[in-house]
Unconditional design. Structure first.
Length: 199
C-alpha cells in the first residue's frame, strides 16, 4: 500500500516567511530551508529578527490570511487524494498552517507548534519529533506503507531519499544540481503523472 508524502511550503502554498518578509519590509526573513539546511539555526535567526522588530504571531497570521495555495495546487491534491492516501509533512507550525489547510480542503497535516507568550511574542518552537519528515516516513514504512515523497528544500531530501520514489518540485538550481539522481518537475501535471507511474 502506498502513501504519498508532500512538503507544504514551496510545493502547495507559497513560502510563508517570504510572504511575511515582503509584507513587513524585512528582507532578512526571506531566508528559508531552501537556503539553510540547519532548521534550528534558521528558526533562531528568524526569532531574533522578530524580537528585534517587535513582531509577533498576530502580524504573521495577518499575512497568512492573504496567502492562497499555488495555482493548480488544490486540483493536484484532490486528484492525488481521490486515488490514494496523502500526508502533508511540513516543518511549518499549526498556528501558521490551519488557514491554508482550509483553502486546500483540510488534507492531513503533520507539522510543529510555536511557543507564544500572552503578549503574542513567539518565544520558541516545538518540533513534533526529531528529523520529523524522515522519522514519519520510516514510521509509515514500519507499519506496511511504501512511501512516495515530493518536496523542494534541503529538509525534504531525507524523506525523498528514504522513499521508494521521490521527486523535487520547483526546487532551487543548487539542490537540483547537487542531486541529479532525483527527478525534478516544475508543473503539477508532470508531478502527478510521475507519482501515478510509481503508485
Amino acid at each position: 500500500m502506498n502513501i504519498t508524502c508532500l512538503d507544504m511550503e514551496g510545493v502547495l502554498v507559497p513560502e510563508i516567511w517570504i510572504a511575511f518578509a515582503e509584507a513587513s519590509g524585512i528582507p532578512e526573513l526571506r531566508r528559508t530551508t531552501r537556503d539553510e539546511p540547519d532548521y534550528d539555526k534558521l528558526m533562531q535567526y528568524r526569532l531574533a529578527i522578530l524580537k528585534e522588530h517587535k513582531l509577533g504571531l498576530k502580524e504573521i497570521q495577518e499575512t497568512i490570511a492573504k496567502i492562497d495555495p499555488m495555482p493548480g495546487a488544490k486540483a493536484f491534491l484532490d486528484a492525488l487524494r481521490a486515488e490514494g492516501q496523502v500526508l502533508i509533512l511540513s516543518d511549518t507550525f499549526t498556528q501558521f498552517a490551519m488557514p491554508l489547510m482550509q483553502k486546500l480542503g483540510y488534507p492531513t497535516l503533520f507539522c510543529n507548534s510555536l511557543t507564544v507568550a500572552e503578549s503574542g511574542e513567539i518565544t520558541g518552537y516545538q518540533m513534533r519529533c526529531e528529523k520529523s519528515k524522515l522519522s514519519t516516513v520510516k514510521a509509515l514504512q514500519s507499519v506496511g506503507f511504501e512511501t512516495i515523497a515530493a518536496g523542494d528544500s534541503f529538509n525534504d531530501l531525507a524523506m525523498i531519499q528514504a522513499s521508494k520514489a521521490g521527486f523535487l518540485f520547483r526546487s532551487t538550481p543548487q539542490i537540483r544540481q547537487e542531486h541529479p539522481e532525483i527527478p525534478a518537475f516544475e508543473e503539477f501535471d508532470d508531478l502527478l503523472a510521475a507519482i501515478r507511474a510509481v503508485r
